[in-house]
Design a protein around this ligand. Structure first.
Ligand code: ZN
Ligand code: ZN
Length: 426
C-alpha cells in the first residue's frame, strides 16, 4: 500500500538553508528576458549535482530541462521561469539588486530586478528536484524539471517548443502527461491556492501607429494632427469595456504608452500607442480585438488622414486554464497536506502566463497555482486598516520581494506534493 504524500515527504529531510543563500544570489543577480545566461548556467550547475538528471541546455534561448527517468509511469513536467524585469529595486533588502542591463530588445540600459519573484520559482524547483530525487525509490515515472526563459515577454514557452523541446530529432524531452507550475503572489506567505478553469487571463498587446501630416504648431489647418488622433483613440477605446462588453463578462483595455512629438510648436507626422488587452473567454477576446481595429480605422477615416494606421501584435499570452480532472486531484492532495492554508477557490487574476503552451502545444492538460510571499503580520495589519491595495507591493512593483520563509518551504512542498500526486507512488 502506498503511504500518504505527507509521510513520504517527511521520510527524508531537505535542508533549505543552502537554497535560502541561492535565492539571495538569484535575487541580487537578475537578468532580463532572453538574456538569462548566468541564471541558466548557475541553475544547470546546481541541478547537475543530482547525478541521474539528464540535462539539456540551450532550448529556445537560455531555456533548459533536466529529465529523471525512474521506471514506468506518467511523465510529469515541473516548470519555473527565470527572467527579471526592467524595474529599479527599492526594497532596501541587504540582498537587493543594484544591477543594470542593456536590453537586447530595445537597446536601452535600465535597472533590473526580480520584481515578479521568478528567482523564488527557480530556487523552489531546484530544491523540489533534490527532494524528489532523494525520494526516488518511493515513486516511479519520469520527472522533467524545466527552466524557462522570457516569460515576461510571453515568448519563452513557445520558443522552447518551436526549438524542438519535444522533438525526437532535436532536444527529445519526453512529452509530459501533466504540466505543473506555480507563481508567488502578494498574498500572505504560508497561503496557497488554486482553482478549476481560468486562473489567469489571456493577454494581447499591440503597437498602433497613426499617421497624420506634420507642420507648424501655429498652422493646424495645414496639418493632420496625429497627437489628436491618438488622443481620440485612447478615449474611444474605453467604450469597448464600458459599452460593448457584457457587464457579467470581463475585459481590460489599457493604453500603456502614447508617444508623439518632441516640442511644443511642431505638429509631428505620426504617433504611437501601446495597448494591452486582457480577457477570459475566447469569443470576447476576438470581439475586443476586432473593436480595437475598428476604432483605430474609424479614427483614420474621421480625421481625414492619408495613410492607413498600422496595428502590430507585440505580445500574446493564452488563458491559463486549470484542467478539471487534474485540479480535483491536486485539491485533494493540497487540502490534505496544507489543510486550512490551501484555498481551492482562489480568486482569478488578470495577469497572464505562458506556461500552458508547454502542455497545450502537445494536446495535454496543465495546472497552475499561487502561493503567498507577503509577510503575514504585515498583510494582516494592512487588511485591518483596509489598505491592502494601497500598501502591499504587488508583482512588478519596485517594492515586491517575497519573505524568504515560509515562502520557500511552501513553494518547494507544493511542487513535491503536486508531482507526487501525478507520478505513480509505490
Ligand atoms: Zn511578471
Ligand atoms: Zn511572473
Amino acid at each position: 500500500m502506498s503511504s500518504s504524500i505527507s509521510d513520504l515527504l517527511a521520510s527524508k529531510t531537505l535542508d533549505l538553508e543552502p537554497y535560502e543563500q541561492l535565492y539571495k544570489h538569484y535575487h541580487s543577480h537578475p537578468e532580463l528576458s532572453n538574456q538569462e545566461k548566468e541564471t541558466a548556467a548557475t541553475t544547470a550547475k546546481h541541478l547537475s549535482k543530482l547525478a541521474d538528471f539528464k540535462i539539456t541546455t540551450g532550448i529556445g534561448g537560455h531555456g533548459f530541462a533536466g529529465v529523471l527517468h525512474n521506471g514506468s509511469g506518467p511523465t510529469v513536467l515541473l516548470r519555473a521561469d527565470m527572467d527579471a524585469l526592467p524595474v529599479k529595486e527599492l526594497t532596501n533588502l541587504p540582498y537587493a539588486s543594484t544591477v543594470t542591463q542593456v536590453s537586447e530588445r530595445t537597446g536601452e540600459e535600465s535597472p533590473v530586478m526580480h520584481a515578479c519573484g521568478h528567482d523564488m520559482h527557480i530556487t523552489c524547483l531546484l530544491a523540489a528536484a533534490e527532494h524528489l530525487y532523494a525520494l526516488r525509490s518511493s515513486w516511479s515515472g519520469t520527472l522533467v524539471v524545466l527552466f524557462q526563459p522570457a516569460e515576461e515577454r510571453g515568448t519563452g514557452a513557445q520558443a522552447m517548443v518551436d526549438d524542438g523541446l519535444y522533438d525526437k530529432e532535436k532536444h527529445n524531452i519526453p512529452v509530459p502527461d501533466y504540466v505543473l507550475g506555480q507563481h508567488v503572489m502578494a498574498l500572505p506567505a504560508g497561503k496557497i491556492g488554486s482553482r478549476v478553469g481560468t486562473i489567469m487571463a489571456a493577454a494581447d498587446s499591440f503597437k498602433v501607429t497613426v499617421f497624420g501630416r506634420g507642420g507648424h504648431g501655429s498652422m493646424p489647418h495645414r496639418t493632420i494632427d496625429p497627437v489628436m488622433m491618438a488622443s481620440n483613440i485612447v478615449v474611444r477605446l474605453q467604450n469597448i469595456v464600458s459599452r460593448e462588453t457584457d457587464p457579467s463578462d470581463m475585459a481590460v483595455v489599457t493604453v500603456g504608452y502614447l508617444r508623439g512629438g518632441h516640442t511644443e510648436n511642431i505638429i509631428v507626422d505620426h504617433a504611437e500607442l501601446g495597448i494591452d488587452i486582457r480577457t477570459i473567454n475566447t469569443a470576447t477576446r476576438e470581439r475586443v480585438i476586432a473593436s480595437l481595429k475598428r476604432i483605430v480605422h474609424a479614427e483614420y477615416i474621421a480625421s481625414g488622414a492619408e495613410k492607413e494606421p498600422t496595428i502590430e501584435e507585440t505580445r500574446f499570452f493564452p488563458q491559463t486554464y486549470n484542467d478539471e480532472d487534474m485540479e480535483g486531484k491536486l485539491a485533494g492532495s493540497f487540502g490534505e497536506f496544507f489543510g486550512e492554508a490551501f484555498d481551492p477557490q482562489i480568486a482569478r487574476t488578470n495577469a497572464s502566463e505562458d506556461v500552458s503552451i508547454l502542455a497545450s502545444s502537445q494536446g495535454k492538460p496543465s495546472l497552475f497555482w499561487f502561493f503567498g510571499g507577503t509577510e503575514p503580520e504585515f498583510y494582516a495589519q494592512k487588511e485591518r486598516e483596509g489598505r491592502l491595495i494601497e500598501d502591499i507591493p504587488q508583482n512588478h512593483s519596485s517594492g515586491f520581494a517575497p519573505v524568504i520563509q515560509p515562502t520557500l518551504k511552501i513553494g518547494v512542498d507544493a511542487l513535491c506534493v503536486a508531482a507526487l500526486t501525478f507520478l505513480t507512488r509505490k
